[in-house]
Design a protein around this ligand. Structure first.
Ligand code: GLA
Length: 771
């Protein structure tokens, strides 16, 4: 809902209020963003400095107190007295870099406008949009859009610049969102990492100065994810002030958070202004990507849950599906043929897997990652019979078929590159640089976009393919395209080209599930989630490393978008051995699949994996639609996650490092009713007997040898039961922390003893106790 009183605007969601007001001089001032309040906060929130201080620039000679540096502003530029980081920079029609946008009018739209070249969030039934129209006296017009999602507690923002003057101008920076909070005791939470180590959470206090979270890699990047939270210093996972921001964009982004000496915190979210310029001829228009913001008093989980719900409802493709997949990459890499794939598919089917995804290597002259990218004809050295009979064999087993592609790239050893060497990003004077032996196609060129669209739609229309894994395996470099006059347009134009390709290929084919991937999570962002149902989170499939990666992702992205696969042990990324149960328990919190060589499993592993898939399917609806929370733990080296769905609570408890003589572990579920009675039950799982090492000799009536027959054969069909735990108690008791059974301490095995060790874990189900 949007209320307007004179020139004060109140944007109201179920739990939040956002107030802005037009000043006497026509500047939109920010008054308030926080818990819903019906009072006009004008008096209490405008920083109405009355005294002209020594180094202040007066906006008007007769109003000594009005200096833009002292106010919260809805949008800002340079050269008119506000010296904080600006949201807008341009060489204006008068050639200066000084701009001063002032209020002209407003409109309330009963819908949410969509962008013409970039992805947009879908509206809800009640979405209203406030459009504030501003003008600089050179004739440049700016529209600030605020779309209000009431039930979701979200405001989506974007900015459109129109050159209504008769001179050219060049945009240098157009941020999508500015929020000036009169608050300073704040922490910033961001997600950082690298390849195989994505989205590790970083939280630190904001101090005077500017903090930047940005990507210049041409992708939203595995180094600095665009999701950012600004939270109170006392805010916990469950309680306290928390603001969340994210951008519907998959390329170079930037968030700047500046605390100035007056105690104002300015948050800017948008396109990265490095490597960005945009000439705007008279009569033309520039639209920024959409940025989202949300507020919660329910701490960090509150913001995460808002994002999860919003993304599921307003961004993900309608009817998004998350089949249990088998992907052959880690099992075969480039070493496969028709027969090997069919034998994997047969085992996959026996596990009740739903979709078989054929990964890299099926096309062109792709014997390794040195050749073939860009070509779409089938690799007949590897698949002499072609793709059709392979797909038929897989589908005849009762599996759907998925295919890996990497459409934005080309190897120099490819038919495409030989025919069109000018189709890559390359400057006129330098040899373009390779990453993973490949160059980046110039998606600014319409003919390149059309080539990709043609190849992909032909594939999808020729074969019964229900799933595409779209990969992108290197950052960009050598930004230059002959199609543009100002080369600083290239990174953004590339993204516009990419979104056009995605629209053309998948817009008309809603039945095809798209999984995004960029060397794992190098492009895990809201732009991609407007097309893809899920994103391959990391090339690191080690469950221990995945705990950190997946926990980070849950700060902004719902579980169903986080694609996880059960992989081999020792893990190919880390050489670390982790039990089958923990590998499953971690991958359970997301969209599930398998990636290990399933033709090389013993009968016990096969049985366990089949049971695990059954369990996953049993709770898939909970995972996709439930409310996810990160829980408190009472000691280090622990992760604890919960999914709440219709009075059922699934809880994962993970220990990364066993410490001798451990304290009692507690779990702290949330959302239970204090006055109801509950039962907590662990899901059955097995402990491999090798884990006990020489201790086995103390419990068995005979002596076993390390390399003997017993240890070589028995684990193939027998394992011990892990603790079978059942607890009962009122919601009040459990909310206060449920003490779990004792862990293994040096010796002994009992059916109720928790055998965690390093990287041990348990899944629990909490249900209401029947009378
Ligand atoms: C990337 C992906 C992997 C796999 C390989 C294939 O690394 O992240 O999952 O698809 O490419 O080359």
């Amino acid at each position: 809902m949007i209320n307007v009183h004179q020139q004060t605007f109140h944007l109201i969601t179920d739990n939040t209020s956002y107030w802005l007001q037009i000043s006497d001089f026509g500047h939109p001032l920010h008054l308030y963003y926080g818990p819903r309040t019906l009072d006009d906060p004008h008096q209490s929130f405008v920083n109405n400095t009355q005294i002209e201080t020594g180094t202040t620039i007066k906006y008007h000679p007769d109003h000594t107190q009005y200096s833009l540096d002292h106010y919260g502003l809805e949008y800002s530029s340079q050269g008119r007295g506000d010296y904080r980081t600006p949201s807008f920079k341009a060489q204006m029609p008068d050639d200066s870099f000084v701009a001063d946008f002032r209020y002209v009018d407003y409109e309330i739209l009963d819908k949410k406008p969509t962008l013409s070249t970039l992805p947009s969030a879908r509206q809800s039934q009640q979405t209203q949009t406030l459009k504030i129209i501003l003008k600089d006296n050179t004739g440049v017009t700016m529209h600030l859009y605020y779309s209000v999602y009431e039930q979701e507690d979200f405001i989506s923002r974007c900015v459109v610049v129109l050159n209504d003057s008769d001179q050219d101008l060049i945009l240098h920076k157009v941020m999508s969102l500015q929020l000036d909070l009169l608050a300073d005791q704040l922490d910033i939470i961001t997600l950082h990492g690298d390849w195989a180590k994505e989205t590790h959470v970083q939280r630190h206090p904001l101090s005077i100065g500017t903090y930047q979270n940005q990507s210049r890699r041409g992708t939203s990047s595995n180094q600095h994810n665009p999701g950012v939270m600004v939270v109170g210093q006392q805010t916990t996972q469950h309680l306290g002030t928390a603001y969340g921001f994210n951008l519907l964009y998959s390329g170079n982004h930037k968030t700047e958070v500046e605390l100035n000496p007056h105690g104002y915190t300015r948050v800017l979210v948008g396109l990265n202004d490095d490597l960005f310029q945009w000439p705007l001829a008279p009569g033309s228009v520039f639209e920024s990507p959409e940025a989202l913001m949300t507020y919660s008093q329910k701490g960090i989980n509150g913001v995460s849950q808002n994002f999860h719900q919003f993304i599921r409802t307003h961004l993900l493709p309608l009817g998004h599906k998350h089949p249990v997949v088998y992907n052959n990459w880690e099992a075969t890499r480039f070493d496969f043929n028709h027969q090997k794939i069919v034998s994997l598919a047969k085992v996959a089917k026996s596990f009740d897997i739903e979709t078989f995804v054929l990964d890299d290597g099926w096309f062109g002259d792709r014997q390794s990652d040195h050749a073939g990218l860009g070509d779409y004809k089938v690799n007949t050295k590897r698949l002499p019979k072609g793709l059709k009979p392979l797909i038929e064999d897989i589908r005849a087993l009762g599996l759907d078929f998925g295919l890996w592609v990497e459409p934005e790239m080309v190897n120099q050893q490819s038919d495409l590159y030989q025919a069109y060497p000018e189709w890559v990003l390359r400057t006129p004077t330098k040899t373009p640089l390779e990453g993973r032996n490949q160059l980046v196609l110039d998606l600014c060129l319409k003919e390149v976009q059309d080539y990709i669209i043609h190849q992909l739609t032909t594939l999808l229309d020729t074969y019964p393919i229900s799933y595409i894994k779209w990969d992108m395996n290197r950052p960009q470099s050598d930004w230059y395209s002959p199609s543009v006059t100002n080369q600083a347009m290239v990174p953004h134009l590339y993204m516009i080209g990419l979104y056009r390709v995605l629209d053309e290929v998948f817009g008309q084919r809603p039945d095809v599930t798209l999984e995004m991937c960029a060397s794992g999570g190098n492009r895990f962002d809201l732009g991609m989630l407007c097309y893809a149902s899920q994103i391959w989170s990391s090339d690191n499939t080690d469950a221990g490393e995945r705990l950190k990666i997946q926990e980070g992702l849950t700060y902004f992205y719902p579980l169903c978008t986080i694609s996880n696969h059960l992989a081999a042990s020792p893990n190919p990324s880390t050489l670390r051995s982790i039990s089958l149960s923990t590998r499953f328990n971690v991958a359970f919190f997301g969209s599930y699949g398998l990636e290990l060589d399933i033709t090389d499993l013993n009968s016990l592993e096969k049985k366990i994996i089949k049971d695990q898939i059954q369990r996953y399917k049993q709770y898939r609806h909970h995972i996709e639609h439930g409310k996810f929370s990160r829980l408190e733990t009472n000691q280090d080296y622990r992760y604890s996650w919960q999914i709440e769905y219709e009075n059922e609570f699934l809880l994962g408890y993970f220990q990364t490092l066993y410490q001798s003589s451990p304290k009692f572990d507690k779990i702290y579920p949330v959302g239970l009713a204090s006055n109801k009675a509950y039962q907590v039950v662990s899901f059955p799982q097995k402990v491999e007997i090798q884990k006990f090492g020489a201790l086995l000799n103390h419990v068995l009536p005979f002596t076993i040898k390390k390399e003997g027959l017993f240890i070589k054969t028995v684990p193939n069909y027998y394992a011990l039961d892990d603790a079978s735990e059942t607890y009962r108690g009122s919601g009040a008791l459990l909310l206060n922390g449920l003490i779990l059974n004792q862990q293994f301490v040096s010796t002994g095995y009992r059916p109720d003893l928790r055998m965690l060790g390093d990287f041990g874990s348990t899944l629990y189900l909490i249900t209401e106790e029947k009378e």
